[in-house]
Design a binder for this molecule. Structure first.
Ligand code: CA
Length: 453
């Protein structure tokens, strides 16, 4: 293990971090921010997750814990984690210094350290979070070939993938202003919907979305970024990955169906997108990189600006991703959420490095903290489909017309084809590998509240 901060034998004096099932062992150190009140004012504080707690890194900095590492100390006074997105080379030193504080074998020595150990911890479950960095730009890709194929087949059964798919990482510009952190309620959007199929002369209507869906995605937060007019070479693109989070790209399918041609997604997508607030850094993800799945026989080779040997060897991430649903009825009965699907990010057709190289290939500038969505992550099997649009799709009948959707069955006897008011959607994700400590992402959740009357 070249990076000593990933040593699987490291343990913390924060007992919950040593539970083998926990998302945030001492090897992870996922980064977050929260609002703290003091002197009658609210301040953004930086933190890292450890077990079921958050360690208040800003408090450690104020206590002088990082003063010997001047550059780290300075970066910790920047609002949010921006100082580290801009200078990724500081991350290794920060991780070492945080582990020195958190390790089980760290000397608890003086009274000041003992006091800090108690004062600087707060439970994750009771802390409202902020985004880890301000997100000014959001781009959403379409990198899962299995998702693109299943959705394409709904409209073009004989030719599901458009001719550009295997050459271009397809994407569109989303909206950053409506990105919210996990736990924020999601108001059902209203919008214009197409005339009913049975009565095309009736004209379009306006009202609450009837086909509300989630999309299971990974979000990639950008590190240093690039100057306008200066593309990022594919061989350099990896350095731009600051870390990953979970992303729910909520989608209004009925609004989408009517509005998306010819310019693409608009109001069906920009009413809200939820991120998990703790970013798992590129350092913590290093052991879970994988070779990219070889392209099937007959698929084109990517153009040279998207080809890189190192990226092919280790540009994929082995991350298991799950969708869970909790209805109000399940809450009432004291039940836990039900799992709807499970997929893996290693199945993506395009890597984040390829998305970054493509995004900047025309000179477009990425900025620190920009968010790139992977697109819905689906696998080959029906239980790995990352949205309800796919999960409830039952193919076409012998007449070539789509069969009625097959609703998801829930343990209460309830069914869902799309989301109802009161439903909570929860994404979870984790990485496991022999010889490594398991790490996870924490929850990315949102509860649907009724449309504005
Ligand atoms: Ca999406």
């Amino acid at each position: 293990m070249p990076n000593p901060t990933l040593d699987p034998n490291l343990k913390s004096w924060v007992e919950s971090a040593n539970d083998p099932a926990c998302d945030f062992p001492i090897q992870n150190l996922a980064l977050g921010a929260f609002e703290a009140q003091h002197d009658g004012h609210s301040h953004g504080h930086l933190c890292v997750a450890i077990g079921d707690q958050l360690l208040d890194v800003s408090m450690l900095a104020e206590a002088g814990y990082f003063t010997e590492q001047e550059r780290i100390d300075q970066a910790l006074y920047a609002p949010y984690w921006t100082g580290f997105t801009q200078q990724p080379e500081l991350m290794a030193g920060l991780r070492e210094r945080l582990q020195e504080f958190l390790r089980a074998d760290a000397p608890s020595g003086g009274q000041a350290t003992r006091r800090l150990r108690t004062k600087a911890l707060r439970p994750i479950s009771e802390t409202p979070m902020l985004p880890p960095v301000p997100i000014f730009n959001y781009t959403d890709f379409y990198a899962s070939v299995h998702h693109a194929t299943t959705v394409g087949a709904m409209f073009r059964p004989d030719n599901p993938l458009l001719p550009n798919y295997k050459h271009v990482p397809i994407g569109y510009h989303g909206r950053a202003s409506s990105i919210v952190v996990s736990g924020t309620p999601i108001r059902r959007p209203a919008g214009q919907q197409s005339p009913p199929d049975a009565d095309p002369k009736a004209g379009p209507s306006f009202g609450p979305c009837k086909l509300l869906d989630y999309e299971l995605e990974l979000g990639c937060l950008i590190g240093p970024g690039n100057d306008l007019g200066e593309p990022v070479a594919i061989s350099e693109a990896r350095r731009q990955i600051f870390g990953l989070c979970l992303l729910n790209d909520w989608s209004a399918r009925d609004i989408q169906k009517w509005e998306y041609q010819p310019l693409g997604p608009f109001l069906a997508k920009n009413f809200a997108s939820t991120i998990s607030p703790l970013v798992v850094t590129a350092d913590a993800l290093e052991p879970f990189r994988r070779a990219v799945e070889p392209r099937p026989e007959g698929d084109p080779r990517p153009l040279p600006y998207l080809s890189d040997e190192e990226d092919q060897r280790s540009g994929a991430f082995d991350i298991t991703l799950e969708v869970h649903l909790l209805t109000e009825e399940m809450e009432k009965r004291g039940m836990g959420p039900a799992r709807l699907s499970r997929g893996n990010a290693k199945d993506l057709y395009w890597t984040f490095a390829q998305m970054i190289a493509h995004h900047t290939s025309n000179g477009c500038n990425l900025q620190p903290g920009d968010l790139l969505g992977s697109g819905t992550i689906s696998g080959t099997s029906p239980d790995s489909r990352g949205c309800l649009l796919e999960l409830t799709w039952d193919g076409a009948g012998p007449d070539g017309k789509p069969k009625p959707r097959r609703p998801v069955q829930l343990p209460t006897g309830e069914t869902r084809t799309f989301l109802q008011d009161g439903d909570t959607v929860i994404f979870r994700a984790f990485c496991e590998r022999e010889g490594c400590r398991r790490i996870g992402f924490g929850d990315c959740r949102g509860k649907i509240i009724p449309a504005k009357a």
